[in-house]
Write a protein that binds this ligand. Structure first.
Ligand code: CTP
Length: 406
C-alpha cells in the first residue's frame, strides 16, 4: 500500500512518542521507506537507537553531525519525502509550525517539505482545548496540513479527556488512505449500498437515555470501502464517534435516534438498495413508557419497564427482493458460531459477520477487529486480527463476490 513511498516521521517530545515506534513499524510493514527526524526533547521519551533500528536509517536531530560534520539537509529531506508525519506533535511544535519558526531540524524540514504533512497532536486535555492550540491547528489546517485528531481517554497526567495521540494503526491507515487510489475497482459502479452504523439511543425521559458503546467505526470503514468500489453509499447512523460524521466524501448520511426511528428510515431507504449491511448496534429493548419531562428522584428503587424493539434485520429479511444482499453482524460471547448461524437463518441474512467478545483486540471502540464470516451455503471464512479498515475491505470483497453469484 505504501510500496516505494518515502515517509519522514517527525517525533517531538511527548509521552506518546513511545507509540511512534509502532507507527514506524506499521509504515515499514506497508512498504514505506522511513526516515526519522526528532527534536532534542523527543530523545528524552524514546531513544534514537529504537527509532533508527525500526526505520533502518539514522535518526536526524541536529543540523549536522558534530563528530564528522556531515550535514543533515532539511531541503534534501523535504524533497525526498512523499509524506511527512509528525507524531506525536506537541503544542509547542504545532505553535512553531503555525508561526513558521525554524529553530530545529524538524521545523526546517517542515518548512522545506513539498509533500503532504500529517500531524497527530498529543497533549493534556486543557492544552489541547486552549484557544491558542485550537487557533494554531486551524492555521495549520488552512495551510493544508492534515490534522489527525487526538482521541479522548486517559492521559499521562491521570486526567481523562481529548488529547491522547491517535493509535499508530489509524495514523498509518490515514497515510495509506491519502495515497490510495480513490477507486479499488468499479465492480459496484452504480450499485446502491445501505449501511447502518453506531448505537441507537432509547429515551427514558426528556434528559436520559439507554445506549451502548458502539462507535460506528466498522460501519464508516465499510462505507469508505464500498465507495472505493464505485457504489452509491448511504449510512443511517445512530450515536457514533464524533469524528466520523461527514468524514467520507460522496456518502449520504442520515441520522437516526432510537431503534424505532432507525427502523423506519432503514425500511424506506433499503427498498431500492442492492446491498444492506446492518452494522448498527440496535437496542433490543426500549423503555415501554417515555417519561414526559424529567423523572424525579423519589423512591429508593426505580424499575424501568422495557419492551422489545423491532428487529430491523429480520424485517428486512422478510421483504428481501431477489438479487438483494442482506448482511448482518453478530456480537457473541458464548456459543459464538452456533448463535451467529442461527441469527443468519432466523433473520434471512445472506451472510453474517461474527465478532466474538472473547477475542482480544476486537471491541467496540478498538481500531482492530477479528471476524469470521458465515454464508448461507454452510461455508465460512476466518480472518486474522486486522485494522477495522482492512476488515471492512475483506467484508466488502466477500459481498462483491456473493453479489456476482446472485
Ligand atoms: N439487529 C437489528 N435490529 C435489532 C437488533 C439487532 O437489525 N433490534 C441486527 C444488528 O444490526 C445485527 C444483527 O441484527 O446485524 C444481530 O444483532 P445482535 O445484537 O448480535 O443480535 P440480536 O438479534 O439482537 O440477538 P442477541 O442480542 O440476543 O444476541
Amino acid at each position: 500500500m505504501l510500496k516505494g513511498k518515502h515517509i519522514i516521521v517527525g517525533v517531538t517530545g511527548g509521552i506518546a512518542a513511545y507509540k511512534t515506534a509502532i507507527l514506524i513499524r506499521r509504515l515499514v510493514d506497508k512498504g514505506a521507506e522511513v526516515r526519522v527526524v526528532a527534536t532534542e526533547h523527543a530523545k528524552q521519551f524514546i531513544t534514537p537507537l529504537t527509532l533508527a533500528t525500526l526505520s533502518k536509517n539514522p535518526v536526524m536531530v541536529e543540523f549536522f553531525n558534530p563528530e564528522n560534520g556531515q550535514w543533515n539537509s532539511h531541503v534534501e529531506s523535504g524533497m525526498w519525502a512523499d509524506a511527512f508525519v509528525i507524531a506525536p506533535a506537541t503544542a509547542n511544535t504545532l505553535a512553531k509550525m503555525a508561526c513558521g519558526i525554524a529553530d530545529n531540524l524538524l521545523l526546517t524540514t517542515y518548512l522545506s517539505a513539498k509533500c503532504p504533512v500529517f500531524v497527530a497532536p498529543a497533549m493534556d486535555l486543557d492544552m489541547y482545548a486552549h484557544p491558542a492550540t485550537q487557533r494554531n491547528l486551524k492555521i495549520l489546517e488552512e495551510d493544508g496540513v492534515h490534522i489527525i485528531e487526538p482521541e479522548s481517554g486517559f492521559l499521562a497526567s491521570g486526567l481523562k479527556g481529548k488529547g491522547r495521540m491517535e493509535e499508530p494503526e489509524v495514523i498509518a491507515e490515514r497515510v495509506c488512505d491519502y495515497f490510495a487510489s480513490p477507486f479499488v475497482s468499479d465492480d459496484l459502479f452504480g450499485k446502491k449500498v445501505l449501511i447502518t452504523a453506531g448505537g441507537t439511543v432509547e429515551p427514558i425521559d426528556a434528559v436520559r437515555f439507554i445506549s451502548n458503546y458502539s462507535s460506528g467505526k466498522m460501519g464508516y470503514a465499510m462505507a469508505r470501502q464500498y465507495s472505493r468500489h464505485g457504489a452509491l453509499v448511504t449510512i443511517i447512523r445512530g450515536a457514533v464517534d464524533e469524528r466520523l460524521p461527514g468524514s467520507i466524501e460522496g456518502v449520504r448520511e442520515i441520522a437516526a435516534t432510537s431503534a424505532e426511528d432507525m427502523g423506519h428510515k432503514v425500511m424506506e431507504v433499503a427498498a431500492d438498495c442492492d446491498i444492506v449491511v446492518m452494522a448498527a448496534a440496535v437496542a433490543d429493548y426500549t423503555p415501554s413508557v417515555v417519561g414526559r419531562g424529567k423523572i424525579k428522584k423519589s423512591s429508593e428503587e426505580l424499575i424501568l419497564k422495557l419492551k422489545q424493539t423491532r428487529d430491523i434485520a429480520a424485517s428486512l429479511g422478510k421483504v428481501k427482493k431477489d438479487g438483494q444482499l442482506l448482511v448482518g453482524f453478530a456480537l457473541e460471547s458464548d456459543n459464538e458460531e452456533a448463535n451467529a448461524i442461527s441469527k443468519m437463518e432466523r433473520k434471512n441474512l445472506d451472510m453474517v459477520v461474527l465478532n466474538s467478545l472473547n477475542d482480544k483486540g476486537a471491541c467496540f471502540a478498538c481500531d482492530t477487529n477479528k471476524i469470521t464470516i458465515f454464508f448461507r451455503d454452510g461455508s465460512s471464512k476466518h480472518f486474522e486480527l486486522k485494522s477495522k479498515e482492512q476488515v471492512a475491505a475483506d467484508i466488502v470483497k466477500e459481498t462483491v463476490a456473493l453479489l456476482a453469484k446472485m
